[in-house]
Design a protein. Structure first.
Length: 334
């Protein structure tokens, strides 16, 4: 019995991987030089894929489930090893467990500014950062292109390559989105979705799938930020009347708190009044010119009864005898 146990201890009967970490992408099952028993139990858990490799060549792939290894469920190994039907002897092979779950909260950022062509400002430099998530979408492709023959690999082993690939394509994604630089901050969600669709194909060749791409911040050049501030200020001052009232109230309050501020308040009040006049001039249309009033007829001397008239010695106008001044020339009468 002891000899049998010693012999069976030289072979592998159970193959499985319990992942204790959160960032391991690939784990090579440690055979420790032993052979795998035909009929051994292979357990592949959810979010795992087991890949069997024979002499450096990728053979059979096992999705989540429990398997009893045999020639029936190892057709590629059977072909590569030229096993005859009913082969039951132990065999050598490498088994790799690939973690296919989503790796979250991966950081990305622009170590140097990326270029963007904007219709309003021309070529500008942007800095940005955010997070992304990915998973292994093609286990065999990932083993061929990235993993190699190491014992295991974590996300740190591919994060640098993935991040550089994504950042290098970010400027193209921003330009293709046609979102003006002044509107980028208000369209992070839309730009993130567009970038996700644009950048995902760039890492498919590595056997990876980009699941999410989030832009948390975009830093614009200083001159563009000033333009945004000016546009915001103009929006605030859009109602000149309310703005003038607010400024006047602020000046009154400041003058009340400052004994020597009466002169400054008067000056500001004059400026506010001028602003009000300008606002009214801009907003109110000019009143139509009223038609000219007809000229008043020339004053005529009041009529005087016959026999009660006389003539002005200065201008000869006929006037009443009781008039003390001539209504025509204004000369005082005697």
């Amino acid at each position: 019995m002891g000899i049998f146990n010693a012999l069976t201890g030289q072979f592998i009967n159970v193959i499985e991987w319990k992942d204790p970490s959160a960032n391991t992408m690939v784990y090579r099952f440690d055979t420790n030089g032993r052979e795998i028993m035909m009929g051994a139990q292979l357990t592949v858990r959810e979010s795992q894929v087991a890949v069997m490799v024979n002499e450096g060549k990728i053979a059979d792939v096992f999705q989540p489930g429990r398997y009893t290894l045999s020639t029936q469920n190892m057709p590629i190994m059977t072909f590569l090893q030229s096993w005859k039907y009913g082969f039951n002897s132990p065999f050598k092979a490498e088994v790799y467990f690939v973690n296919t779950r989503q790796f979250l909260d991966q950081k990305w950022g622009t170590s140097s500014p990326v270029m963007m062509r904007d219709k309003e400002f021309g070529m500008i430099r942007l800095r940005a950062f955010g997070i992304y998530s990915f998973r292994v979408n093609d286990p065999t492709g990932f083993l061929k292109e990235v993993f190699g023959t190491a014992a295991y690999m974590t996300t740190e082993g591919v994060a640098g390559q993935v991040k550089r690939t994504l950042v290098s394509g970010l400027s193209d994604a921003i330009a293709q989105s046609n979102i003006p630089a002044l509107d980028l901050a208000a369209n992070y969600d839309e730009l993130s979705q567009f970038a996700l669709q644009s950048l995902a194909p760039r890492i498919e060749g590595l056997g990876l799938k980009l699941e999410s791409f989030v832009i948390e911040n975009i830093s614009l050049p200083e001159e563009v930020e000033k333009a945004i501030d000016q546009r915001t200020s103009m929006g605030v001052v859009g109602n000149m009347q309310q703005y003038t009232q607010y400024q006047t109230a602020q000046a009154i309050r400041d003058a009340a708190n400052n004994p020597g501020g009466a002169g400054a308040m008067a000056g500001l009040g004059m400026g506010a009044a001028m602003a009000q006049v300008m606002q009214n001039a801009v907003q109110q249309p000019a009143a139509p010119a009223s038609p000219a009033a007809p000229a008043a007829p020339a004053a005529e001397a009041p009529a005087a009864p016959a026999g009660e008239t006389k003539y002005c010695p200065e201008c000869g106008a006929k006037i009443g005898r009781s008039f003390k001044f001539c209504p025509e020339c204004g000369t005082k009468q005697g």
